[in-house]
Write a protein that binds this ligand. Structure first.
Ligand code: NAG
Ligand code: NAG
Length: 291
């Protein structure tokens, strides 16, 4: 444990010291298709990505680089119309059985019915920390900004600049926090009609296929991670912004007010309130202040 701590202190210092490395956000340079490339595409001058799901397959991309801490930003326009059974995912993850992962997933719905914005976090391979929201806008009409802000003291999920969820570092109290493993960025569009629609009640309507989700403005303002012993590099533009703002001061009162509004009015599921699921043995972070 001591060596891990020493390591994270070393990384912390090197991350602050290296502001020079620019991580190109262009899909064409920074990502590659992991599946479904035959019917999906990177368009424009490499800034636009289109993922397609049809009867043959879904599709997905992942970043070439891994990151440790940063602000990972993506604009997404979700599958319009009857998208029930489709899931668009946007998340960062390390690999292995003790992997860390921070998720946004968007569960499609019948035309005119609301999507679900699904969030989760895995630390050391353990997830079960879902929180879900209805969007307060039509996520299929235009692009919206989904940002994962991850620093040594907290993780914040943002939608159009509004914080919707915070996961704080309580490692000193024995709650695992993702700060040892570099994570890559993933996006995918897939058929999840066996779980996404209330446990498979509604099946994908293949007559509405192909389903298309659009992505743009992928911007990893983040520290590159090249493995446990090498140096991480923080990327421009403006690494100082994400590094210094909510890290020590945490969210401003204004941001906290926005988050309260979202959670009071648009949250539909919170694992910390699901006493039945956990048989009363609630995950330990549920009794700590999260923001
Ligand atoms: C779909 O719409 C129904 C009815 O409004 C809603 O109960 C459900 O949460 C929505 N989302 C999904 C993924 O089923
Ligand atoms: C997206 O949201 C993040 C977090 O609020 C913000 O820093 C960033 O400037 C936004 N990007 C765009 C293109 O609006």
């Amino acid at each position: 444990m001591a060596s891990f701590q020493t390591l994270s202190v070393a990384l912390f210092i090197s991350a602050i010291a290296f502001h020079s490395g620019l991580v190109d956000g262009k899909f064409s340079k920074s990502m590659y298709f992991t599946w479904g490339a035959q019917h999906s595409s990177i368009l424009g001058n490499g800034d636009d990505l289109q993922l397609v799901l049809d009867r043959t397959s879904g599709s997905g991309v992942q970043s070439k680089k891994a990151f440790l801490f940063g602000s990972i930003e993506m604009l997404i326009k979700l599958v319009p119309g009857n998208s029930a059974g489709t899931v668009t995912a946007y998340y960062i993850s390390s690999t292995g059985t003790k992997h860390d992962e921070i998720d946004f997933e968007f569960l499609g719905n019948l035309s005119g019915q609301p999507y679900i914005i699904h969030t989760n976090i895995y630390t050391q391979g353990i997830g079960n920390r879902e929180q879900q929201f209805y969007p307060w806008f039509d996520p299929t009409a235009d692009f919206h900004n989904y940002t994962i802000h991850w620093n040594p003291s907290e993780i914040v999920w943002y939608v159009d600049g509004l914080p919707i969820r915070v996961f704080r570092n309580y490692q000193s109290e024995g709650i695992a926090y993702p700060n040892q493993q570099g994570m890559r960025v993933y996006s995918s569009l897939w058929n999840a009609d066996n779980w996404a629609t209330k446990g498979g009640l509604v099946k994908i309507d293949w007559y509405s296929a192909p389903f298309i989700a659009r992505f743009r403005n992928f911007r990893p303002r983040a520290c590159k991670w090249d493995g446990p012993v090498s140096i991480t590099q923080c990327a421009s533009p403006s690494p100082a912004n994400w590094w210094t703002s909510p890290v020590y001061g945490q969210l401003s009162y204004a941001k906290l007010g926005q988050m309260k509004w979202v959670r009071d009015n648009h949250m539909i599921y919170d694992y910390c309130k699901d006493t039945k699921r956990f048989n009363g043995q609630m995950p330990p972070e549920c009794s700590k202040p999260q923001y």
